[in-house]
Design a protein around this ligand. Sequence first.
Ligand SMILES: C[S@@+](CC[C@H](N)C(=O)[O-])C[C@H]1O[C@@H](n2cnc3c(N)ncnc32)[C@H](O)[C@@H]1O
Length: 295
Amino acid sequence: MPPTSADPISYTAKIVAAKRAIEQSLPLPLPLFNDSYAAALAGDEVEHLLAKWQQVSAQQGRSLEEVIVKRTRYIAIRTRFFDDMLLTTLSQLPEPQVVILGSGLDTRAYRLPWPSATSFYEVDVPAVLEYKANILRNHEPNCRHHLIAGDLEDVQTSWIARLLEAGLRQQPTIWLLEGVVMYLPEPSVHALLRTIATLSCPGSVLGMDGVTNGSIRAAQQAKKDDRGRVVRHWQFGCDEPQQMLKHYGWSAKVSQPHDIGIAHGRYPESIPVTAEVGGHQSERGVWLAQAQKDT
Ligand SMILES: C[S@@+](CC[C@H](N)C(=O)[O-])C[C@H]1O[C@@H](n2cnc3c(N)ncnc32)[C@H](O)[C@@H]1O
């Protein structure tokens, strides 16, 4: 079964895949990354988004290209940011192991040039893993690929045992929580960070992104107003990601997407940095963190 809007978790994964697919066809000098699988995974969500943005473009008197850049740039920059993080870190690890939590329709196992000894684990709900495996059934991952079904809100049980059974070792690991923690309740985020910290030895690396508390308030308002197909599912915000990660033993560098070098060209003055939902703009925001385990 493909993810549908009846299943909000998987549905958000499909929208992210659609934005990655659209990035491949933008009339910009270069896409920020190459994901030739995204369109097949996103299916008709690409057409749905483009039709919707065509209407926005007509209503607001802005070019379609401007609307597309504004609606896709965060996902494009985030994808490139974590691609860069993974590839840079990988070269420092003798037997690389990568764990993507809430991997959704991420195709990095197939599209990035992993050393052949790389062990690559993806954790998500069974329906998403099955959907992706089915669409990509005629393609080979470039690594030792393990799909682990599990509920990230449940850190007591199965998915951690399955990760260990599948071969996760006590050695430096690259963890990725991309576009995930905002969908989880706050106690679950802290339980998850505690678990990851327990499983990580010094030298491990964690990439994650998140939204501020102002964005959560704006998202809750959007939900009340029956707006915001994706943001209405957000629950967790954090204004001090560096401190939060320090608490779990990580030294983090935190960036805003418009400050990252690779984002140049996506944040021109003509397209200001505003979120897609209402609320006080000054309090809203997203952040990208890359952290190293100290202890
Ligand atoms: C917005 S998508 C992002 C997917 C992917 N990381 C990406 O950037 O393309 C969020 C993903 O987190 C997964 N997810 C959310 N809550 C989860 C939970 N409690 N257990 C397992 N997976 C969960 C969803 O199924 C979905 O695939």
